[in-house]
Design a protein around this ligand. Structure first.
Ligand code: FBP
Length: 705
């Protein structure tokens, strides 16, 4: 027999099937690049104008009016297509040659490239000689004047693709007079007419300050609402929705949901793990809420809901003594762990020793005791940085050094009898926290002074307490795995034992869940024997029958977990069709705002929850959205983050479905399978379920139902 000829690797790599297999370009990429998103009606016209929508009003913070005088008077503006014949002066103004700069700021969010694509297409359509420049690596690119011209070839390569890879991003903040001066210089050196900042609440705050600083230079600044966290949502004073959701939210939520739903399928197949899924959302729990709606995971924590918690038992107990228990308001970590245990124990009782728990990344922000530490430590770190040449983290690199500094503050408060930010009681409470969490609470703040929740092992903290409490419940005989009645009978009969004879000695008789629950008093082989003797089914000197022992061991739950973090993966996902269309139209909106000469506005699309033909491009004034908030230990003017409204329809639906999705009863779980993000075909989910539900305004709590 002749030996087969083994082709050389060089020859293999030239083979068309191998070249195709290792090519970076695959059919999904080609389809995405080719896709042309539809445009809102207004953009079907070659010229767009703006109409003031005076029905939208805001409560203006006097500090915002003081610091942003030239843009505080801005109104909400609706972008409208101009019907022909269009005034030639307007056409000339609209389509004059322009130079526009764009920057990504903060964490990536799917759809960012389409903001650029929409803007690029609108710019070139109005005037082929206009140019778009991309500042590199986030706001640092502006400060350092690092920009490239974005050509059609570059833009085409990224259409409908995820990430911010075209020009990358960064978290720098233009927050000092020097950085502001350098940015101004860079914009002027490039001869920019306008600067577009694609970012979250902090970056849009930055956009407002830049708009003010560049006002006299006639350089317009426009913001774009980006963040997977979904916490840029804008309503006016009357609650009218202007921006229902930032872009990137839908894609990230769908990507997380696909994975979490797969875990639901897996854990209900091998029935041995609880999957602990931390999902991003630095503060707000919007992503967790959407994941709950998409997957019907067994337990989903919503931070905002925990903050609203009131312990009625404590209130009543204090009331009986004519007192008020202030600690009854807000959830404690310990209480939270009890709540989770309750779900785990109830599922175990019906034989379900598995499940999926979703924890929002920012949940600790809503736990009173932790929030107090975060605020105090923010202040301490900021004060230290302001008064010392070396920053707090450089001066105290080790946890022990940091703790010693805090202890010194605590001692000083005791000795000098003063009340500084950190007192002896804080020190005592802080000692009770596990070291890894102490370290987490003391991590470096990001450039905006935000506590970096993604660096803290929130899940580990919560699950540590859950494990401890489950051990206590096990010891008390209250955490047991329910035994299927059929299985019990079969096992006993196979061993020649009468199930009905042993049953009353073994099982609690109040279990009404279709499962048999071993009596709470049976927590070991010794107590098992005692129960059987007490029940007169065997004598003191007899050995426990192996079949009964088997049943006992079956009833002892092992609490095994797998932890997962969903964040960066969803952030880097290719956008859903919803996000592709949304962002492309945001890009078009940006141009319409620029071409109409406005500054200090945020581009937005109204009616996102409705069909595409009702989407309305608008400009939202940024300055009136700003208010004073604690940042880096002092009050600063920022855009308020929008957190989950516990009276919203979406939250109330999830709240009402909690018991069903926990599925602590016989029968199947109630998981939902959203499937992967699909770009082609008809099955792609239209829009976030949160938006669809929250659009049912007439059913809003407090309003007539
Ligand atoms: P943005 O607000 O900048 O969009 O970022 C949000 C986020 O994705 C959070 O969900 C997460 O806590 C944080 O970024 C992580 O930040 P980093 O990329 O710096 O680790």
């Amino acid at each position: 027999m002749t030996e087969p000829i083994v082709p050389s690797i060089e020859a293999l790599l030239k083979h068309p099937d191998v070249s195709k297999a290792v090519d970076n370009v695959n059919p999904e990429l080609t389809d995405r690049r080719k896709n042309q998103p539809p445009v809102c009606d207004a953009f079907a016209h070659s010229v767009c104008c703006l109409k003031d929508a005076s029905e939208y009003v805001f409560d203006v913070d006097p500090e915002a009016a003081r610091q942003l005088p030239d843009i505080i008077g801005n109104r909400v503006q609706v972008v409208d297509g101009c019907e022909p014949p269009v005034d030639p002066d307007l056409v000339a103004r609209y389509s004059r040659q322009r130079r526009i700069g764009v920057v990504f700021s903060g964490g990536p969010a799917p759809g960012g490239h389409n903001v650029i694509a929409g803007l690029f297409d609108a710019i070139k359509r109005a005037n082929a000689d206009s140019c778009l420049f991309g500042f590199l690596l986030g706001p640092d690119g502006i400060i350092e004047g690092e920009a490239v011209e974005l050509t059609r070839e570059t833009v085409d390569a990224y259409r409908n693709l995820g990430g911010f890879t075209m020009i990358r991003t960064g978290r720098a903040k233009i927050d000092t007079p020097q950085k502001m001066a350098l940015s101004r210089q860079a914009c002027k050196a490039l001869g920019l007419d306008a600067l577009v900042i694609v970012g979250g609440d902090d970056s849009n705050t930055n956009a407002a300050f830049l708009a003010q600083a560049l006002f006299r230079d006639s350089i317009q600044v426009i913001g774009v609402p980006k963040t997977i966290d979904g916490d840029i949502q804008v309503r006016d004073r009357k609650g009218q929705v202007l921006c229902a959701m930032s872009f990137g939210f839908h894609t990230a939520a769908r990507a997380f949901s696909e994975n979490i739903s797969n875990l639901c399928t897996d854990c209900s197949s091998d029935v041995k793990y609880w999957h602990i899924c931390k999902v991003m959302g630095r503060v707000a729990s919007h992503l967790a809420l959407e994941v709950a709606l998409q997957t019907h995971a067994n337990i989903t924590l919503i931070g905002e809901d925990l903050a609203d918690y009131v312990d009625k038992r404590r209130i009543a107990a204090a009331g009986n003594k004519d007192g008020i228990d202030y600690t009854a308001y807000g959830m404690t970590l310990r209480h939270l762990s009890r709540m989770i245990c309750d779900g785990i124990v109830r599922r175990a009782a019906v034989g379900k020793n598995y499940g999926v728990l979703v924890i929002p990344e920012g949940v600790l922000e809503f736990i009173n005791e932790i929030q107090t530490f975060i605020i105090k430590l923010n202040t301490i770190i900021a004060e230290y940085n302001e008064t010392h040449d070396t920053g707090f983290h450089a001066a105290f690199p080790l946890l022990e050094d940091k703790l010693e500094y805090l202890r010194r503050m605590g001692r000083r408060s005791r000795e000098e009898n003063v009340l500084p930010v950190w007192n002896a009681r804080d020190d005592d409470l802080f000692k009770d926290i596990p070291a890894f969490f102490q370290e987490g609470l003391l991590t470096e703040r990001d450039s905006h002074g935000n506590f970096q929740f993604s660096l803290v092992e929130t899940d580990k903290i919560i699950m540590g307490l859950v494990r401890d409490y489950l051990d206590i419940l096990k010891e008390k005989g209250l955490y047991k795995l329910g035994i299927d009645a059929g299985y019990y009978r079969k096992t006993m009969q196979k061993a020649g034992l009468d199930p009905d004879f042993y049953g009353p000695a073994l099982f609690a008789d109040d279990a009404d869940c279709g499962c048999l629950l071993i009596k709470p008093s049976i927590i070991s082989l010794k107590t098992l024997k005692q129960a059987l003797v007490r029940g007169a089914v065997m004598g003191d000197d007899d050995a426990v029958p192996p079949a009964v022992e088997k049943i006992y061991w079956k009833s002892v739950p092992k609490f095994k977990t797998q932890t997962h973090f969903y964040g960066y993966d969803g952030r880097g996902s290719n956008p859903t069709r919803f996000d592709c269309n949304y962002t492309y139209n945001l890009g078009q909106t940006v141009f319409a705002l620029v071409a109409n000469g406005v500054t200090g506005q945020m581009a937005a699309i109204q009616n996102l929850e409705k069909n595409f033909d009702q989407w309305t491009p608008i400009g939202i004034p940024i300055a009136p959205l700003m208010h004073l908030e604690e940042r880096k230990g002092r009050l600063a003017l920022v855009i308020e983050k929008s957190v989950v409204d516990t009276s919203s329809v979406a939250f109330r639906v999830v709240e009402a479905m909690r018991e069903k999705w926990l599925a602590a009863e016989a029968g199947d779980d109630n998981y939902r399978r959203p499937g992967p993000i699909r770009f082609t075909g008809k099955s792609e989910e239209d829009r976030p379920l949160t938006l669809v539900l929250n659009a049912l305004n007439g059913f809003h709590k407090g309003q007539p139902e």
